[in-house]
Design a protein around this ligand. Structure first.
Ligand SMILES: NC(=O)c1ccc[n+]([C@@H]2O[C@H](COP(=O)([O-])OP(=O)(O)OC[C@H]3O[C@@H](n4cnc5c(N)ncnc54)[C@H](O)[C@@H]3O)[C@@H](O)[C@H]2O)c1
Length: 369
């Protein structure tokens, strides 16, 4: 049976208030009407990957045309390695060729990579045009599409160029996950597990129970889990748009996660897989500092194992190299890393005075798990 429930959450930031809609079938039902209404006669520029045109972006364009919108479609190649300024420049060129003006609505149809690139291009084209995020990966639905962080990677590290550019709306349709490669689904589950650890022990407990069903893409389990993650992210972003405080907890697992991705040149690990490894690093560091109970580490590892996610540190990357990459992370302050550590399942704290020797010891431990 198709679940027709639509969950809507509001993100309220000082500059913009917008809805996050989550529901099965929204790509064909709500998306065309809402986007056409937001555009009110202006042009709509859909951006997607070539592999998502036939199934998602072209039908959306057709439906937008039926709603009276003048729709153009651009494609950019997929993959984290394309998250560069060169890809942003390609979008600028495409949009300029079509003479898009400041009233244009840009629509990002894809995963977190596409949403981040397109959001950044929208933030900067003509000093800023509106964007609607239509996330089609689990990771982008629960995390990347909400909150306005946009940007691209540099060789020196992830997301080093970017801006805050809140979307006009987020429309997440879990039915799009039917075509998502299995490994991408698992990668997204890492962020779902993260929400449980940082914010909601009940969510964590329910995820543990429903992981096998979620891996089978059981909509009855996926939809409420996605919706709860969106609700948490909407609440956190509304409290702290630019990460001066509570928003930092969303980076749980990302300090080492980003370092793993950078050290392996975005070739080996999916974002969620790297975050899974980073969450275990954070647990071990928290344990060493007496902040994280051992039971939290074992519960985290058990959930990651159940989801088929990695948790050991790969031997090919030295701990020193990881620390060096982490120090370049934009969240480091004066070279000091800010570690998000779990105090229990559902609560975290941020520590910025962790000795490198402790980190190195824990990373070594993580190789031997
Ligand atoms: N802005 C933020 O707040 C934020 C938060 C978390 C992560 N991120 C970023 O998100 C990125 C990772 O995003 P991701 O995990 O979605 O990966 P991704 O965007 O690379 O997508 C993964 C792959 O799935 C394909 N795909 C997407 N939707 C599909 C569908 N429905 N069916 C079939 N294939 C589909 C894509 O073409 C791509 O090949 C990273 O760059 C990370 O930094 C951003």
């Amino acid at each position: 049976m198709i679940n027709s429930t639509v969950y809507t959450y509001q993100v309220d930031t000082p500059g913009r208030s917008y809805p996050v809609h989550v529901g099965a079938g929204l790509l064909t039902t709500l998306a065309p009407t809402l986007i056409a209404e937001l555009g009110r006669g202006s042009r709509v520029a859909v951006v997607t990957h070539p592999g998502l045109v036939a199934k998602y972006a072209a039908p959306l364009c057709e439906a937008l045309k039926l709603e009276g919108a003048d729709c153009i479609l651009s494609t950019i190649p997929a993959g984290e390695r394309t998250k560069t300024l060169a890809t942003v420049a390609k979008l600028y060129d495409d949009w300029a060729r079509h003479h898009l003006d400041r009233r244009t609505i840009i629509v990002a149809v894809g995963g977190g990579v596409l949403g981040d690139i397109t959001g950044f291009a929208a933030a900067t084209y003509l000093r800023g045009v509106a964007v609607v995020q239509v996330p089609t990966t689990l990771l982008a639905q629960v995390d990347a599409s909400i909150g306005g962080k946009t940007g691209v990677d540099l060789r020196a590290g992830k997301n080093l160029v970017g801006s805050f550019h809140q979307p006009k709306a987020v429309i997440a349709d879990p039915e799009a996950l039917a075509t998502l490669p299995f490994r991408e689904l698992r990668s997204g589950l890492a962020e779902v597990i993260k929400y449980g650890i940082i914010f909601d022990n009940l969510l964590f407990a329910s995820i543990k129970d429903s992981l096998p069903a979620m891996l089978r893409r059981d909509a009855a389990c996926l939809l409420p889990a996605i919706a709860r993650c969106c609700e948490i992210k909407a609440q956190i972003v509304s409290e702290d748009e630019t990460e001066q405080g509570v928003r930092a907890i969303l980076n749980f697992g990302h300090t080492i996660g980003h370092a793993v991705e950078t050290a392996t040149h975005y070739r080996i690990y999916k974002h969620g897989e790297a975050v899974a490894i980073g969450m275990v690093s954070a647990c071990l560091i928290g344990e060493e500092l007496g902040i994280t109970p051992a039971s939290v580490t074992s519960e985290t590892m058990a959930a990651l194992q159940l989801a088929g996610l990695p948790y050991r540190l790969p031997n090919e990357i030295s701990s020193e190299e990881l620390l060096a990459h982490a120090a370049h992370d934009k969240k480091a302050r004066n070279g000091r890393l800010r570690w998000v550590l779990a105090q229990s399942i559902g609560t975290t704290c941020v520590q910025s005075d962790v000795d490198n020797a402790i980190v190195l010891k824990c990373l070594q431990k993580q190789r031997d798990l």
